[in-house]
Design a protein around this ligand. Sequence first.
Ligand code: ATP
Ligand code: TZP
Ligand code: MG
Ligand code: MG
Length: 266
Amino acid sequence: MSEIPTLINQVRNKQPLIHNITNQVVVNFTANGLYAVGAAPVMANAIEEAADMANNADALVLNIGTLTTVQVDAMIMAGKAANKKGIPVVLDPVGVGATPFRTDAAEKIINSVKLSVIRGNAGEIGHLAGLKSDMRGVDAVSQANNQEVAIEASKRLGIPVIVTGVDDVITDGQEVFVVHNGHSLLTKVTGAGCLLSSVVAAFLTTDGGLLEASTAAVSFYGVAAEVAAEHTSGPGTFQTAFLDALYQLNSDVVKDTIKLETYTVT
Ligand code: ATP
Ligand code: TZP
Ligand code: MG
Ligand code: MG
């Protein structure tokens, strides 16, 4: 996709403000990762201010990783404010399917807020769509066919989805983008998926169409992981090198390194 470098540069120039209502595990990593890609993070969970903060932001991320009942209400209030303002809303349904509370909360959010895209692993997205799926805590267990899960889930939910794992699939049920970049060290750092959801939100503030901007975000992220892994000996140094790669990555390197497949479902 020729526009990937343009979209990366747009994020860096625009410095979009991303409002994250996210889990306690990944707050710091998400904020630093957003700064590294050139966006600006803000975290605001309180029910008293969630809608006001969304109203000041360029995009909203709802992440259910360490949910409370009050936080579900705050997410819905923020989501409705974002919808009214017309800014993108990304849902990361962390661990959905692992407990009934998470499942009920995710369904409530989906039914109350117009979502731009849902990003999760195959277990999470499959579960949301009523497909058979396995979760162990917040991690996907089986290696499902990500393309089948993504296409079917997007059709059933009527919402574009991003299913990540060894391969990443971005689809609205019709147009399919498969990104083969990334590195297994991303599975050894908590919050790699959560940060990706926030990076997708940052890219959705660009001029790119939803699927193109999401694909640019996912491929940029995957190539950054490959670059970072070259300089690291394990998860600790990888985490630091990954932030550096997100910050330094030349958009032409992404264009040259991206392994992308696209097709239309017939
Ligand atoms: P999980 O909790 O199951 O790890 P997640 O929400 O953390 O899910 P991932 O599916 O791990 O999200 O995706 C986060 C990033 O890690 C994506 O960029 C994805 O391409 C990458 N990734 C995940 N697994 C691998 C792998 N085995 N090889 C290469 N890249 C991977
Ligand atoms: N527990 C609740 S939320 C969370 C954990 C470990 C973080 C999950 O992050 P990711 O990005 O899905 O790996
Ligand atoms: Mg992970
Ligand atoms: Mg996750």
